[in-house]
Design a protein around this ligand. Structure first.
Ligand code: BGC
Length: 813
């Protein structure tokens, strides 16, 4: 099925009218679902390079050149300047005369101005008053939906379902456009392997293959196949590059890695986004191997433009051009020149381009052709978006969280939950799904009834009022069979007080405690509540409004405040406990994993948090999410990810105790903790069970020449039969991993190279196929060339990165 067709289906889901379509259309939808889930024998194979054709069109280029000829140097530089004329999302926001800048054509873009009225106000000034009538491009952080808040991006990645991501992107695009925003600062495609870094919440997690599939889905969903459509928005893929590799997980910190790792791991999702036609990129705050990313000609020009053929424009991150001074690479004029010549076309909220570029052009230290090229790139996007022809946004009705929008948010959230554990309790059996036998349920925890917390970080225009909590949804289902106790606050002591009075400018809809919470008292109350019930559901986590997202690095990964104590106290009552974890990053939940029989990872689920959770807790929906990021046993293991490089002394045997002899000691291990994850990448259970037959491969051997010349086509196909051996229907994410056993450069012990969602009725079995070609088998050699060499690939297929079903492919001389 064509991409256009798939997008149409997404649009249908968006408008919530799949139920009303014809039988023929339903069949088409089914086929598209089969395509997406890979059942038609096709997995998410990577398409070849496809630079953004719309930006390179003859018509657009002609209009750009004609305009450029008329522009003065000041007008050109105006296009390279961006300011927030709304709220701040970083330090040191400027407060200039926005009306005047717009009317004089001295600002090419505003960020964080929301709404048809507000954007039209500036647009009228720019289009009607400025000499050349160039429209302003309004940009904004539309991260996981715009007004309708969906689960956070990390949660969306846990669905392993590109269709879900396209749906969220479509919703965000439609609602953003209605608010005058034609440019979204999304997707964030940074690989995040260290949950100490708070921005892991905005990412697709630790893996480049999953991350690339997710990146493509975002771009397709936002931009569709035509930027000029009234409901398309241009993306800004961020943060280029390697921002997620901040040393020690501390935000804005340097990244330092080999070029091979940079290319094979960190750059892959950006490349996928560019191939999908991304119109813009955002440069990152960090340095890469000693060169700041915002003044880095290697990444911004050589790789992005020359190798990948990117023809959109690059915007800096907030203040990142001016902050180059802190990287000690020069004074203001020098760093502005370095950023511009390296390939940063627009200066976000720094004011440097606007003040120091013109002088340097006049002095001859910057060639005007460099400025011209940056202007061209920006104007191309404005033309492609249709802003010159339709600069204004029709003023429409006020946003409402309609039943259609809610249904979509609920369905999406249900796919993102990961059932980590569901072990039978003696005399009761598995606690989940909850059955009618359970008479009284005690709902406990500060996340149980916290509307704002359900939205997650970066829900900039989300409204907490629209969020339905677990308490509200459970009360609807259980009536007076539901007991409730908050148990404790999200934060304890002074922290709670400080946060209550903090002001960060960034719109955070959170309501913090207003006095120091008395945790002892509230925990005692919660214990009494639990004693009155048959089962206790604990809703615990980490504050989405204060502890996650940007500038939210941590050195510990436990529940905040007194929540761990609350959990332990309730477990001590002997009542069966179900733990629902609401957090935007992998938390350290080792004690819970050992003492709590049922654990559901629910992330930050968005406005339909409560209803979606109830659907899954009661088994109306069978959970199908899988972890996009490893859950550690201890923070000291970080960065912990499954695709580790090999070591000469791999750990083996029982690592749960201190080594007793030299053989147990001198291997790559910790003395005080096991090496393995608490819950590994790709992990996720279901209310049913799946069994895997032995995987097979269509051919055992491929000549290396054929592999090298095969382009993007498949060389061999791995097939596996998957069966639902339980008693309820369920969806399994079937995953394929490879290990290259004899490469000239050592390769990870496992790498994901295929995945697909399969829905099976009880007893049903389906055959799933994964194509393997150059894209899946290749790696970067010491000459930084992507290649395939004679080797043997071990291939593993199963339901997580621990997959045991095994086959092989030999690449012969
Ligand atoms: C963040 C970006 C964001 C930008 C604009 C920065 O602080 O790093 O992700 O898009 O602000 O709000």
């Amino acid at each position: 099925m064509s991409r256009k067709g798939r997008l149409k289906r997404t649009a249908e889901i968006y408008h919530g009218d799949t139920m009303r379509i014809s039988v023929r259309r339903r069949l088409q939808v089914l086929v598209s679902l089969l395509f997406v889930s890979g059942l038609a024998g096709v997995s998410a194979a990577q398409p070849g390079p496809r630079p953004n054709v719309q930006l390179a069109s003859k018509e657009v280029n002609a209009r750009v050149e004609a305009l450029l000829k008329q522009m003065t140097l000041e007008e050109k530089i105006g296009q390279l300047v961006q300011f927030s004329a709304g709220f701040a999302t970083g330090p040191g926001a400027s407060n200039l005369k926005w009306d005047e800048l717009a009317a004089k054509g001295q600002v090419g873009s505003f960020l964080s101005v929301v709404g048809a009225d507000a954007t039209n106000h500036y647009q009228h000034l720019a289009v009607e008053k400025s000499r050349l009538h160039i429209p302003i491009l309004f940009g904004m952080d539309v991260i996981h939906g715009h007004r309708t808040t969906f689960p956070v991006p990390l949660a969306l990645a846990a669905s392993w379902d590109p269709q879900v991501i396209e749906t969220v992107a479509r919703s965000g695009a439609v609602e953003a456009r209605a608010d005058g925003i034609a440019w979204v600062f999304s997707p964030m495609v940074d690989i995040a392997r260290d949950p100490r870094w708070g921005r892991i919440i905005e990412s697709a997690g630790e893996d480049p293959y999953l991350g690339s599939a997710v990146a493509r889905a975002w771009v397709n969903g936002y931009q569709q196949d035509d930027l000029s459509k009234p409901d398309s928005v241009a993306v800004s893929v961020k943060h280029f590059a390697a921002y997620g590799a901040a040393i020690a997980g501390r935000d804005y910190n340097a990244a330092d890695m080999s070029e091979l790792t940079l290319r094979q791991v960190y750059l892959e999702p950006y490349r996928a986004a560019v191939e999908a036609g991304a119109a813009t990129m955002m440069s990152s705050f960090n340095s890469i191997n000693g060169v700041p990313a915002t003044a880095n000609p290697f990444t911004l020009t050589r790789i992005l433009r020359k190798e990948w053929g990117f023809d959109g424009f690059v915007v800096s991150d907030w203040g990142a051009v001016a902050e180059l001074k802190n990287h000690s690479i020069g004074d203001g004029p020098t760093v502005a020149r370095k950023a511009l010549t390296a390939g940063v076309d627009m200066d976000m909220e720094g004011g440097l381009y606007g003040t120091v570029i013109a002088g340097q052009v006049r002095a001859g230290t910057i060639s005007e052709s460099v400025v011209d090229e940056a202007v061209r790139r920006i104007l191309r996007v404005k033309f492609a978006l249709g802003l010159f022809d339709h600069p204004y946004t029709p003023v429409g009705p006020v946003y409402e969280a309609t039943p259609e929008r809610r249904a979509m948010a609920r369905k999406v959230a249900e796919e993102t939950f990961v059932l980590l554990k569901n072990e039978p309790v003696e005399g009761v059996g598995p606690l989940l799904p909850l059955t009618a036998k359970v008479k009284k349920v005690a709902l406990i925890g500060p996340m149980a009834d916290a509307q704002a917390e359900m939205l997650g970080a970066w829900a900039v225009t989300g409204d907490a009022k629209n969020a339905v909590t677990l308490k509200t949804a459970l009360a609807q289902r259980l009536g007076d069979r539901l007991l409730y106790a908050k148990g404790c606050a999200m934060e304890s002591g002074d922290d709670a007080l400080i946060l209550a009075h903090a002001s960060f400018d960034v719109p955070a809809s959170g309501v913090a405690e207003t006095s120091i919470p008395d945790d002892d008292k509230t925990i005692a109350e919660a214990v009494e509540t639990a004693k009155k019930a048959d089962v206790a559901i604990l809703a615990l986590g980490e504050s989405a409004t204060w502890m996650e997202g940007e500038a939210a690095s941590r050195t510990t990964l436990g529940f905040t405040g007194a929540q761990e104590r609350l959990l332990e106290s309730v477990v001590a009552t002997g009542k069966p406990v179900i733990l629902v974890v609401l957090a935007g990053r992998p938390l350290e939940i080792k004690w819970a994993a050992a003492h709590v029989p049922a654990i559901l990872e629910a992330w930050s689920p968005g406005i339909e948090a409560g209803p979606a959770l109830v659907d899954v807790l009661f088994g109306d929906v069978n959970p199908s999410g899988k972890l996009p990021a490893t859950l550690p046993r201890a923070v000291g293991q970080e960065p912990l990810y499954y695709a580790q490089l090999p070591t000469g002394r791999p750990a083996h045997g029982d690592l749960s105790h201190m080594p007793r002899n030299a053989d147990e000691r001198f291997m790559s291990r910790y003395l005080d903790e096991e090496n393995s994850a608490l819950f590994p990448f790709g992990w996720g259970l279901s209310y049913t069970r799946f069994s895997y037959a032995q995987p097979t491969i269509s051919r055992a051997e491929v000549p290396v020449r054929e592999a090298l010349e095969s382009g993007h086509g498949p060389l061999a196909t791995v097939g596996v039969d998957v069966k639902n051996t339980g008693s309820v229907a369920g969806t399994e994410v079937v995953q394929l991993y490879i290990r290259n056993t004899a490469a000239s450069v050592e390769q990870p012990v496992r790498e994901l190279k295929g995945f697909t969602r399969v829905t099976l009725a009880p007893g049903e079995s389906k055959h799933v196929e994964f194509p393997l070609g150059f894209d899946e088998l290749s790696f970067y050699n010491v000459d930084v060339k992507r290649t395939v060499e004679p080797t043997t690939y071990k291939i593993f297929v199963g339901g997580s990165s621990l997959a045991t079903g095994e086959t092989e492919l030999k690449v012969a001389e």
